[in-house]
Structures are given as structure tokens and as C-alpha cells.
Design a protein around this ligand. Structure first.
Ligand SMILES: [Zn+2]
Length: 391
């Protein structure tokens, strides 16, 4: 049973052990220090574990430009999102290309950047091309505008995993999910990316996909998200609830992805697909407005962007899904593709209505949400862990 090949051909591993580990720790004392923010810490780990294969470090200028302008690395390999390490000009001034830089999470040494180049870049151009807007109101663009004016490029070596790790039991590196899939005899594995609780519509999509695959990887993002997204801890409880009651454990794996959301919509859909390929998934579910935010992207832009690549360039197969719902006439879950009936036969609830119900401690209709999931969300409201604005 052969799993899909990692993107670029080889699963990158930039975590060092043994004598090289000891040597770099000793040498780090004399290196200039750089403290990383949450996004950079997450990217460092994603690079080191091979989740971003074939990247071996933060992008240099050539890769940065081709990725931003044409969604390819300088060597032509498909890649849609710049993975960069921004610093201020003051910080850049004291760093020298060719020298190593010690990377820190507060007082904890995480790794070393083997700095090969530092360069300036055009933030508005990146915003327009990657996010499709130059508006600072867009959360991804805002981060871009607030970050430093210089980018550091070079391979990295990871010495220590980041601290304050949550959901330890659900954390698996790409090598670990691949080993697990092999152990289960899976070859066709479909990944579902999410940053929301799973309601019936998503359950339906996942199960449609599972019908044509050997296994499902439910792969929620637990890296940095917008402050008004449902907190990861609540989401994990809601996933546990639905998996325990409605999914076959022999066909399903819940694992968390420590990546930070960019909210880059279509481009992030490609990025998310390539990441899942590295985790060993052959198929990737792309729903409506994948990784979108506000009204910045068209509902199906994240589907259309896949047409800008030859299937072999991506390797992983996207599975596109439309709007899904329970239809009273069909007597089951359906979509705008499969149901011919009037919309008044569909059980659909606005986000506002769902929030009202949950906030009042009431279960939404069973055709919309599994009661086990709704109870987790109601409880989260009650514990005031959630503002009523955000389920
Ligand atoms: Zn119908």
C-alpha cells in the first residue's frame, strides 16, 4: 500500500538530534537572538516536521517573488502562500547573511536560522496578489501590514519543539499520520480542513468523501486564528462529541494542525491541500468559501483556483462541494447539486439564528446540528467561554 508522495518528492525533516543538536545549542550562545511571534513559531514547526515540504526554511527572495506573482517556487514547484520571516529594519541591521541566528520563543531556544539573505518587499503587492485586496480590514492583510519591513531567508534547524502545546493527544507530525495510515492499510485518505464546529452539512460532505476513500483525516487548525473564531478547545470537544457518536473509529482520524490561518481564501485552499498531501492525504475537501473571510472572495473562487494548476503539479485531488442541507422532500441531506426542490423545503439556519438558539440554551433542529455537538456549544456559552457573537 503506497501513500501519496510528499510535495516536491521528499518529506522534509529539519529537526536535529544527537551531536548536531548539541553543537548548535552550544553555538547558539554566541548567535544574535530573534524572538518569534506565534505565526513564526508555527511556521518553524511546520517547516521542521515536513508539513511544508519541500520548504526547508523561510523563503528567500527568488522563491518569495515567484510564489507571490505566479504561485510557484523559483524551481517551478507549485506553492501559493509566502512563508516568510519578517523583522524590523533595526533587527535586520544587526543580522548578517551567512551567519546563524538563534530563534526563541520567549526564553526558550527553538532553533537556528541559517540566514542566507535578507531583503525588503512590497507589502501592498503581496496583499493584492495573495489576499486579493489591499484593505487593512482583512485579517491576513492586517498582519502583513503590521509585520516588519525586512524578510529573512534561509534553511532552519529545529532544536526544541515549541512550548505551551495544547491537544498533545491529537498532535501528529506528517511522518506520524503517514505511519498511522500505513498501519491501517489506507491508501486513499481524504482530509477535511476546518476552523469551525462540525454541523450536519459538514458531516454530510465528509461522509460523501469517505464513501470513495479508505479513511478520513479530520484536521482542524489550532494555530493562530481570528479572535472571533470559536476557540480551539471548544471545537475539539465538539469534534470528539460528533466522532464518538456518528463516525466509525476504524475509518476516522482526528488530528490537529498547528498552522496559523491566513484567511487568504483561494490561495489558502491550495496551501491547505499541499499541506495535507504532506500528511499523507490523497484527497482534499474544498467547500464553499474555503479559508475565506467577510466578502473578500467569491463563493467558488477556492474551487476555480485549482484550474490554474495541472493536476500533476498538485498531486493531491481536490473534492469540491456545494452548499449542503437537509431537504424535507428528499428526506435526507442533499446539496444544490443533488436536490431539485424549493429552498423552503431545506432546513437552513442563518449563523445569527444558530447563535440565538445556542445562546438561549436551545438545541437547533436535529437536521441542522447533532444534539451532542450543540450541547458542547451551549455549555461553552454558559461557561462564558464564548461571546454570543461567535458560534
Ligand atoms: Zn430535495
Amino acid at each position: 500500500m503506497k501513500l501519496i508522495t510528499p510535495h516536491g518528492g521528499t518529506l522534509v525533516n529539519r529537526e536535529v538530534h544527537g551531536s548536531e543538536h548539541a553543537r548548535l545549542i552550544e553555538a547558539s550562545v554566541a548567535m544574535p537572538r530573534l524572538e518569534l511571534n506565534a505565526r513564526a513559531i508555527s511556521d518553524l514547526e511546520m517547516i521542521a516536521t515536513g508539513a511544508y515540504s519541500p520548504l526547508e526554511g523561510f523563503m528567500g527572495e527568488a522563491d518569495y517573488h515567484t510564489v507571490v506573482s505566479s504561485m510557484r517556487l523559483a524551481n517551478g514547484v507549485a506553492w501559493s502562500i509566502p512563508v516568510t520571516l519578517p523583522v524590523s529594519s533595526e533587527q535586520a541591521d544587526r543580522l548578517r547573511a551567512g551567519a546563524d541566528v538563534a530563534l526563541y520563543q520567549s526564553e526558550q531556544l527553538l532553533g537556528v536560522l541559517h540566514l542566507t539573505e535578507k531583503f525588503t518587499y512590497h507589502k501592498q503587492a503581496e496583499a493584492q496578489l495573495v489576499y486579493g485586496t489591499i484593505e487593512a480590514a482583512h485579517p491576513g492583510v492586517r498582519v502583513l501590514y503590521e509585520q516588519g519591513d525586512w524578510l529573512l531567508g534561509g534553511r532552519i534547524s529545529l532544536l526544541n519543539r515549541p512550548g505551551n502545546i495544547s491537544f498533545v493527544q491529537y498532535r501528529r507530525d506528517p511522518a506520524q499520520t503517514r505511519a498511522l495510515f500505513r498501519e491501517r492499510g489506507w491508501r486513499r485518505v481524504v482530509a477535511f480542513q476546518t476552523r469551525n464546529p462540525v454541523h450536519r452539512a459538514h458531516e454530510y460532505i465528509q461522509k460523501c468523501a469517505l464513501e470513495i476513500a479508505d479513511g478520513l483525516l479530520l484536521h482542524p487548525i489550532v494555530g493562530e486564528t481570528k479572535s472571533d473564531d470559536v476557540p480551539a478547545a471548544v471545537r475539539i470537544r465538539s469534534y470528539e462529541a460528533i466522532l464518538n457518536h456518528y463516525y466509525p473509529p476504524t475509518r476516522t482520524v482526528l488530528s490537529v494542525l498547528p498552522a496559523a490561518m491566513r484567511y487568504a481564501g483561494p490561495r489558502e485552499a491550495i496551501f491547505h491541500a499541499l499541506i495535507r498531501k504532506n500528511y499523507g492525504c490523497s484527497h482534499f475537501i474544498v467547500g464553499r468559501d474555503h479559508a475565506g473571510v467577510g466578502n473578500y472572495y467569491g463563493t467558488y473562487d477556492a474551487h476555480h483556483i485549482f484550474d490554474e494548476f495541472e493536476p500533476a503539479e498538485l498531486g493531491i485531488t481536490p473534492l469540491f462541494f456545494d452548499h449542503t442541507f437537509y431537504c424535507r422532500v428528499c428526506g435526507g441531506m442533499a446539496s444544490t447539486k443533488t436536490c431539485p426542490h424549493e429552498t423552503n423545503e431545506h432546513v437552513t439556519l442563518s449563523g445569527t439564528r444558530v447563535r440565538e438558539l445556542l445562546g438561549a440554551g436551545e438545541l437547533p433542529p436535529i437536521e441542522f446540528s447533532r444534539p451532542e455537538v450543540a450541547r458542547v456549544l451551549i455549555e461553552a456559552y454558559r461557561d462564558s467561554k464564548l461571546e454570543p457573537a461567535i458560534v
